[in-house]
Design a protein around this ligand. Structure first.
Ligand SMILES: Nc1ncnc2c1ncn2[C@@H]1O[C@H](COP(=O)(O)OP(=O)(O)O)[C@@H](O)[C@H]1O
Ligand SMILES: [Mg+2]
Length: 250
């Protein structure tokens, strides 16, 4: 063997099949996913060896005490952040193979996000915020208008269409984010404590909307610590200190 090859590590054997799951595979697959945030003093293990499959059309809740990793879990699913180790397949494709531009495209096409941190754009109107994902997707102007009008009506904000998000209450801003998420008719809906800023009536309406989207075939993944909404999910994922556990912890 040539001297320069002697110390060389063998390339990992990577099968093409492993990068792509079959059509009957899960819409979301995490294998041994960990997320560690490095700090000056100490590191935080936000997710610790999480392995889970979520199938098309499932309605899954993610619960656990504050700091257990719910938002981190959903951020990874939404491709807003990357795992420190482990692998994630979305829609049958290994996401570690995606370039940054592809990640945004996949997110825009397949995923609807209702995240507290995934903010509305302040210098666009409510209408424009809701329209934006459709514009990115190349939906025609007439179709955009029909869909945005319907979504705003659905969340009760038609009268606010011309306002900027900053002039709305926290609850109303949350509803704009909801309208933006549903107007794209996403195959996967990820929501991080979406009822947190809402009064109970709006919260119930929102949960009914999620149930309806799920009946229409969407996969829903909802982080919440509100027991009223946990029951609506057909499967519950419980997190504790970043790990998946079998039953809820107090
Ligand atoms: N960007 C970050 N930098 C450092 N630590 C973080 C960051 N995001 C989350 N964490 C930490 O990771 C853990 C999980 O946080 P998070 O996913 O927000 O939990 P939850 O949504 O369940 O309250 C917490 O200890 C939190 O402080
Ligand atoms: Mg959170």
């Amino acid at each position: 063997m040539a001297w320069w090859r002697r110390g060389e590590r063998k390339p990992a054997i990577e099968s093409k099949l492993e990068d792509t799951l079959g059509p009957d595979g899960p819409v979301i697959r995490l294998q041994h996913v960990s997320k560690i945030f490095q700090g000056d003093e100490e590191d935080t293990v936000a997710l610790d060896d999480v392995t889970v499959d979520i199938h098309r059309g499932e309605y899954v809740s993610v619960s656990g005490p504050s700091g257990c990793g719910k938002s981190t879990f959903l951020s990874l699913l939404a491709l807003l952040d990357t795992a420190t180790s482990g692998r994630y397949w979305l829609n049958g494709q290994a996401t570690d193979r995606l370039k940054p531009g592809d990640r945004a495209r996949v997110r825009n096409l397949d995923v609807g996000l209702i995240f507290q941190s995934f903010n509305l754009i302040g210098d666009m109107t409510v209408y424009e915020n809701v329209e934006y994902p459709l514009t990115l997707r190349g939906v025609s102007a007439a179709e955009r208008q029909a869909r945005v009008d319907a979504a705003l009506q659905r969340v009760g904000l038609s009268a606010r269409a011309k306002q900027r998000p900053g002039s709305l209450s926290g609850g109303h801003q949350q509803l704009v984010a909801v309208a933006r998420a549903i107007t794209g008719r996403p195959a996967i809906l990820l929501a991080d404590e979406p009822t947190g800023n809402l009064d109970s009536k709006s919260g119930e309406a929102l949960m009914e909307m999620f149930a309806e989207l799920n009946r229409g075939g969407a996969t829903v993944c909802l982080a919440t610590h509100d027991p009223r909404w946990l029951a609506q999910a057909r499967r519950q994922i419980h997190l504790f200190d970043g790990r998946m556990v079998d039953s809820p912890t107090p």
